[in-house]
Design a protein around this ligand. Sequence first.
Ligand SMILES: [Zn+2]
Ligand SMILES: [Zn+2]
Length: 325
Amino acid sequence: MTVLASGSKGNATVIAAGSTRILVDAGMSCRELMKRMAQVGEDPEDLDAILITHEHLDHVAGLSVLARRLKIPVFFTEGTHRAWVRMLTPRTTMSYAKWLETVQREKAERADHAPAHTALMTEIDLAAADDPMEAEGGDGAAAVEAEAPRVKADPAFLPAVEYFRAGHGFSIGEIDVNPFTIPHDAADPCGFVFHARSESIRMAIATDLGYVPPNVKMALRGVDVLLLESNHDLEMLKDGPYPWSVKQRVLSRVGHLSNAACAEFLLRDYDGGAHTIVLGHLSEQNNLPELARLAAEQAIGGRMTLLGNRVLLAAQDMPLEPICL
Ligand SMILES: [Zn+2]
Ligand SMILES: [Zn+2]
């Protein structure tokens, strides 16, 4: 596992086993993702697929450009894919008030013998236009094929799309992927457990979750490498600069995991069997690496040894050294 970036300004992690390489999230510009892969000795051309946890910008910012450049499939849940497409192709449906205003303005312009213009028609046409991506059926793994240049101009165009569902495992090359639902304010957010079949090694990613529900506790049993969210220090968040509404969102059951909640999981639910635990998605405003580390290390306590339970901190501004087992 190589964490290229982690935090609210961008997330991306490479999971590799044997000859298979998967990029989990593409939350930075394509250029930055390529740069960071070069820094850690990964060749982007070797990537087999991109896997998306959820549609928030810090997880998809470079997705379409990167996938198109590398011509590799992108794996989403159908809900996440639809939400992402919607995000990139905002509807221009008019309110009644705006429609009335437009009609009246056009009428006035006609009365003034001004040259006719077609603003109204254009906007209505846009609103009524069928979205080719939305029309794609939900029959499990559907591939979106590119033919027309019209589709290529679509900001949501991808060379190939594969759908997965939380709770239903699938394989990419030599890696078995088990997606699990996480509580977060996105359409259909997922964490993943990756099983490198030949090595019998399990790696997991669980960031962007408001709390740790039973299904996540179950999924994270028996993993060798765990990337777990330790987003904020509760006191720093409460006293920090965020507006109250944002604080409420972060603290909610569909927000982000605090240092305390992360530590609580490590203390009560974690089985202690991992080689490395990576704390990730740290808030730059409302956390300090030392606080996150202290909380986690106290929770792991005596289980930390030279061979197990090493705690690393993933950073926003630089990749983490590859974790190799
Ligand atoms: Zn995020
Ligand atoms: Zn998110």
